[in-house]
Write a protein of this length. Structure first.
Length: 364
């Protein structure tokens, strides 16, 4: 039997080499051991060496990340098929009709109350100041027949649903985004501006138009809260993006998905790039449309993030502090999650309607 007082394991690494050397020093008490079962001891030593051998400890080859601005734009990717719209899809804009802003709201089929609140508040034509706006809702199909029946009835009653023939899900967000853009640029190309918004957004439309007009949007730019280049994909959780989905370590610059503005010509360029097959498909619609596709279309992003409320808590706090005073909302776009719909949204709309309009340069 072998009596081991203190085994010491020391690793040496050779510079610029993957070889690892293992020296095992056994400090054994002199004269207190006898070797028994030599065969088993020999097997133990050989097994240890094999376990820690070079073939086991050899490091995996590293993959150099490709910077976002070097993402290949190549016509070999699969092109997105043109979307199919439902029979109850909203009618096109009338030829020659002057529309200051077309709002395309991305909405989940079950968010019926969200759409109702938007119709009655910031998405209505009651924004005043002589503005003519039109609001439509891009909605995919629900897996639940009773929800889909309600959406069909809602569409017939209001005429503002852009129904997309695909299951409405997180992994189909890009397809719904593409469908909304296609409907806008093919059916309302004569409008002055287009706003894409999520149904948890609240927009002060009249002031938003003042902001983007003063920003001087061109036919090759969109305005939004810009997410800077270098943001890492989420590799875990609900919004997990696998390396098969997106092999790079960082996203290019893109727009926060809550809302972004653009002229129809800019939106058309983004749409054409998105369906061209020249950019790698990604189901994260914000990154795909306003990042990868916009980059391929040479459409730049104008950062107006200072006009976006960073959290909904900031908005609720402002509402409580403002009370019935005629203080101007410091932002043009705010997020309001479902727990604040529709009551807080209606209260915020009422406060905005009470507000005395002031020049933009007097708001800060």
């Amino acid at each position: 039997m072998i009596q081991v007082l203190s085994p010491i394991v020391i690793y040496f690494s050779k510079k610029n080499s993957n070889h690892l050397f293992l020296i095992t020093i056994f400090m054994l008490s002199s004269g207190l051991f006898r070797i028994k079962k030599l065969g088993l001891s020999f097997i133990f030593v050989i097994s240890t060496i094999l376990l820690l051998s070079k073939t086991v400890l050899q490091r995996r080859p590293s993959i150099d990340p490709i910077p976002p601005n070097e993402i290949t734009v190549h016509p070999s990717y699969s092109a997105i098929s043109p979307p199919i719209f439902s029979q109850w899809t909203a009618k096109p804009c009338q030829v020659g009709e002057k529309i200051d802003l077309l709002i395309v709201v991305h909405s989940s089929p079950s968010h019926i109350l969200h759409r109702k609140a938007i119709r009655q508040t910031w998405g209505s034509n009651a924004v005043g100041q002589g503005l003519n706006i039109r609001t439509v809702f891009a909605v995919g199909r629900s897996k639940l027949p009773r929800i889909q029946q309600r959406v069909n009835s809602e569409s017939k009653a209001n005429g503002d649903i852009v129904g997309v023939e695909m299951i409405d899900s997180y992994t189909n967000l890009t397809l719904k985004h593409v469908a909304g853009l296609r409907w806008a640029v093919k059916n309302c190309a004569g409008v002055e501006y287009v706003l894409k918004a999520d149904d948890d957004a609240f927009v002060d439309v009249s002031r938003a138009l003042k902001v983007i007009k003063s920003a001087g949007l061109s036919s090759s730019s969109i305005a939004c809260r810009v997410v800077p280049q270098g943001t890492s994909p989420r590799r875990f959780g609900k919004w997990m993006v696998t390396r098969q989905d997106y092999p790079y370590d960082a996203y290019p610059e893109y727009c926060s998905g809550l809302a972004y503005f653009g002229r129809p010509s800019a939106m058309a360029k983004v749409y054409e790039a998105a369906v061209s097959g020249k950019v790698p498909y990604l189901w994260i619609d914000d990154v795909y449309l306003t990042g990868l596709a916009a980059q391929a279309a040479e459409v730049s992003r104008l950062d107006i993030g200072v006009w976006f409320a960073r959290t909904e808590d900031m908005v609720i706090k402002w509402m409580k502090s403002a009370g019935d005073t005629k203080r101007v909302l410091p932002w043009i776009v705010a997020e309001m999650t479902p727990r604040h719909w529709p009551s807080e949204a209606e209260d915020l709309w009422r406060m905005i309607r009470m507000t005395q309009r002031k020049p933009l340069n007097s708001l800060r």
